[in-house]
Ligand binder design. Structure first.
Ligand code: SAM
Length: 313
């Protein structure tokens, strides 16, 4: 058994015991398990486990719990997507990361899987903040962050209300998709719908840029048809006025359960008077992840794009 599987077994056995003895939901039992480990009441006894082993083990346990209490809006961001996002964060902050840590916020933190995948990939180089409205998810994220020793400040609140967050170098966010129910708060946004309800995913893009430093980057997982909706014109106009589109990356279809769930990566850079717009926007498609050669070519294309944009800065 690999280390993450061993850790999963310890965590899962303890959580299942709590379910059987106390009749808890699996996710609540899992949370108690993680908190008991942090309190020193239980140990998963896997020597030399790495942060990634722990993250993966907890991720599998959360997925198991989520399958039992299926809530469509609580989709965890899968590793593959997190790893691709990490690669782009590393590319866009190559120079900064040589000298300092970068500040990152995930305003739709969920379980923290996306943010922690990025933090583990850039270990020691990220100071993070997470915002999430759901109580159990943010508590799971808090326990995971403590266990894998990643520095993250958390806020349980509506991320579209005012945030107590200083502008960051980067936003990473797997956008919640759908209508935003609080029409009063929506009125504060340029992207508030002129008729009917506003799209949460559009408001999240605007809010993310509100908390990004000039010249900073936002890495979004967006619905693949983001620019085809009835409010797309408004979104285009907003983006043009505030940010530069750096890249639009299509993701392999086989990562998603159906066409309606397909996502892309949208990378924006907040406009800055000190910088120039990128000459070349990267439009690319990630090949099937099992095709190593095609994947290597894709990453080479990303490297060349980044290099040519850097030279023209
Ligand atoms: N990246 C996350 C992960 O790896 O678990 C998954 C993010 S999930 C696609 C979107 C998240 O946004 C959900 O956890 C949902 O509860 C949260 N969310 C939706 N609306 C929100 C709001 N207004 N403020 C804060 N969080 C919100």
């Amino acid at each position: 058994m690999e280390k993450f599987e061993q850790i999963f077994k310890y965590v899962n056995d303890y959580a299942e015991k709590l379910v059987a003895e106390q009749g808890q939901e699996y996710l609540d039992a899992l949370l108690q398990t993680l908190e008991d480990i942090l309190d020193g009441k239980y140990d998963w006894q896997v020597e030399d486990a790495k942060k990634e082993d722990m993250r993966k083990a907890i991720q599998i346990a959360i997925l198991k719990g989520m399958r039992k209490s299926a809530q469509p809006n609580h989709q965890m961001t899968p590793d593959t997507l997190g790893l691709i996002v990490s690669h782009f964060v590393e590319q866009c902050f190559e120079q900064e990361l040589e000298e300092r840590a970068i500040s990152v916020v995930d305003p739709a933190l969920g379980t923290g899987n996306l943010l922690f995948t990025v933090m583990n990939a850039l270990d020691g180089k990220v100071q993070a903040t997470g915002v999430e409205v759901d109580d159990i998810l943010i508590r799971l994220a808090a326990a995971t962050g403590d266990l894998i020793e990643q520095p993250v400040t958390l806020f349980r609140q509506d991320a579209l209300a005012n945030l107590l967050v200083d502008p960051v170098d980067a936003v990473v966010c797997d956008l919640p998709v759908g209508y935003y129910p609080n029409e009063e708060i929506a009125l504060d946004y340029e992207l508030c719908a002129t008729e009917g309800m506003s799209y949460a995913h559009h408001l999240f893009i605007e809010q993310s840029l509100n908390y990004t430093k000039d010249g900073g980057f936002a890495f979004f997982l967006v619905p693949a048809n983001l620019f085809e909706s009835d409010q797309a014109k408004q979104l285009h106009k907003y983006i043009k006025g505030h940010a530069w589109i750096q890249a639009v990356i299509q993701l392999p279809e086989n990562l998603f359960s159906s066409k309606a769930h397909e996502k892309s990566i949208l990378i924006l850079q907040k406009q800055s008077q000190q910088l120039k717009a990128p000459r070349e926007v990267l439009l690319a498609k990630v090949p099937n992840m099992s095709n190593r050669e095609a994947l290597a070519l894709f990453f080479e294309k990303v490297r060349l794009w980044k290099e040519s944009n850097d030279q023209k800065r």
